[in-house]
Design a protein around this ligand. Structure first.
Ligand code: AHR
Length: 505
């Protein structure tokens, strides 16, 4: 069908928040071991981290990385992962029934994060542990020398504090699969007391309370209300997690997954603002969407049936073109909520439902979903604009009729050489192309002809199930998309199941 898109700098959502391009490293499967860390790999650095993977992480444009879990954190003893590597105990991780050698721990992760230029974001264990261990970890990371835990960090070779600013108060505590799963009231109390104690150490921390593990949780909505009623004054963000897959082969609904994310964010914001209203407060709690991705969970039997192994291959989903289009549309949705979503972490970074894959001792490569993330992180700059879109609708079983096109745009007019406008599109029809018309002059506020098309990159394929593999790592890559400009109008044909990045200056 035909689509017209209008953009105007007067209709701005807010500035692009760099932390929307976050990721997640969990001690799970091969994310850490043979993922970011593999001392025996030919490309390992002196600390044992793979430089080939570090290179791909930098190119991906990741800004903040959440660590060390995920479900893992809810039975983690952080003390096991610091100090001389030879003295660190091997433990059984109950979250994934895996052998944890503790060869990577807090100091190692922060060293890695700093070396690849990302901000570390830490989670504390509120499953099997509580406020006291959380405060000890905080002191270990951020404390000034003179007391036990900061001194221990200095003895372990890190005299300067790690200065970790963002802390998650547990992980998915609403989920019955979680070690130490809690009711909303139970979690709210322990999160409140942990936050209060952590703020005694450092008033200015950014604290994230656990929200819901998905919009479909039976406690969704009530959980957020109960937790925020207790923790409102003590936390800055509430988390949201969501994973999407074609359920029972329903690809049309899967392509419309951004609808779920959109409604999820709106509901969490409404709930947080309700709590604010009742308290007569103008404080705005932000949403930390700190786990999101495509994950074919229907193919995963669950944790309890896993054989106990070290660094096992766990949920190493191979992503296709359709998955990349969904990921692109989810990123666009996060940007459209940049006024209330403060952070977002794609889960996870390497091997485990990840944009980056590795072979132990061997190659590393980019999955299809790597490309929309990398291009969005690179070119979404300045202000997010709220587009006016007129397009056809696609019928979906899960969400009803939805717009065929997902659109977001950013405008950066801070540079010397005039304005940069980038528009991202996802065509989520499996059968219908879109004949796109974009009025550019209004968008950049420039005189007619005072702008140029820099680049149109498109991700699509005759085969929407095409993937990238070790043997064919660049089977699916962005390619020139064929947008044209005439006067003030940009036109392009957007094929079915496709994602696009169009840049103008
Ligand atoms: O990312 C995989 C798992 O998904 C995480 O450990 C957990 O938080 C979520 O359920």
């Amino acid at each position: 069908g035909r689509a017209t898109v209008r953009l105007d700098p007067a209709f701005a959502v807010g500035p692009v928040r760099p932390r929307l391009f976050g990721s997640f490293v969990e001690h799970m499967g091969r994310c850490v071991y043979t993922g970011i860390y593999e001392p025996s790999h030919p490309d390992a650095d002196e600390l044992g981290f793979r430089t080939d993977v570090a290179h791909l992480v930098r190119e991906l444009g990741v800004t903040v990385v959440r660590y060390p879990g995920g479900n893992f954190v809810s039975n983690y003893r952080w003390e096991d992962g610091v100090g001389a590597k030879a003295d660190r105990p091997t433990q059984l991780d109950l979250a994934w029934r895996s052998v944890e050698t503790n060869q990577v721990g807090t100091d190692d992760f922060v060293d890695w994060a700093r070396s690849v230029g990302v901000e570390p974001m830490m989670a504390v264990n509120l499953g099997t542990r509580g406020p006291s261990e959380a405060v000890e970890l905080l002191l270990y990371c951020n404390g000034d020398p003179g007391t036990q835990w900061p001194d221990r960090r200095a003895q372990n070779g890190h005299v300067e504090p790690h200065d970790v600013r963002v802390w998650c108060l547990g992980n998915e505590m609403d989920g019955p699969w979680q070690m130490g799963h809690k009711t909303a009231e139970e979690y709210a109390r322990v999160a409140e007391e942990t936050a209060r104690a952590m703020r005694r150490v450092d008033r200015d921390l950014e604290l994230v309370a656990c929200g819901s593990s998905s919009r479909g949780m039976p406690t969704f909505g009530t959980w957020e209300r109960v937790v925020l009623e207790r923790c409102f004054d003590l936390v800055d963000h509430v988390s949201a997690h969501a994973y999407y897959e074609p359920l029972d082969g329903d690809v049309d609904s899967f392509l419309a997954s951004a609808e779920d994310m959109n409604r999820f964010i709106q509901s969490v914001v409404a709930t947080a603002d309700h709590v604010a209203a009742v308290r007569g407060s103008d404080k705005r709690i932000m949403v930390s969407f700190d786990e999101w991705n495509v994950w074919r969970q229907q193919g995963f039997d669950g944790e309890s049936s896993l054989a106990v192994r070290e660094a096992p291959e766990l949920i190493e989903d191979v992503y296709d073109v359709t998955d990349a289009v969904v990921v692109g549309s989810l990123l666009a949705t996060l940007l459209q909520h940049a006024d209330r979503v403060s952070m977002a972490c794609q889960a996870q970074l390497v091997n485990v439902i990840a944009p980056i894959m590795t072979e132990p001792g061997g190659a590393s490569w980019r999955q299809t979903i790597y490309h929309p993330f990398a291009l969005t992180a690179r070119y979404a700059r300045g202000m997010v604009l709220r587009p006016a879109v007129v397009c056809d609708r696609v019928d979906t079983a899960a969400y009803g009729p939805v717009d065929q096109l997902v659109v977001t745009a950013t405008l950066d007019d801070t540079g010397e050489g005039g304005a940069d406008l980038t528009v991202f599109f996802a065509n989520r029809s499996r059968t219908e192309p879109v004949e796109l018309t974009l009025d550019v002059a209004a968008a950049v506020g420039a005189a007619p002809g005072d702008w140029t098309l820099v680049e149109h990159l498109a991700l699509y394929d005759d085969d929407p199930t095409a993937t990238n593999t070790r043997l064919e790592p660049d089977r699916v890559v962005p390619r020139p998309g064929g947008a044209r400009t005439e006067g003030d109008t940009l036109t392009a044909t957007l094929p079915p199941t496709s994602w696009h990045c169009i840049r103008l200056t």
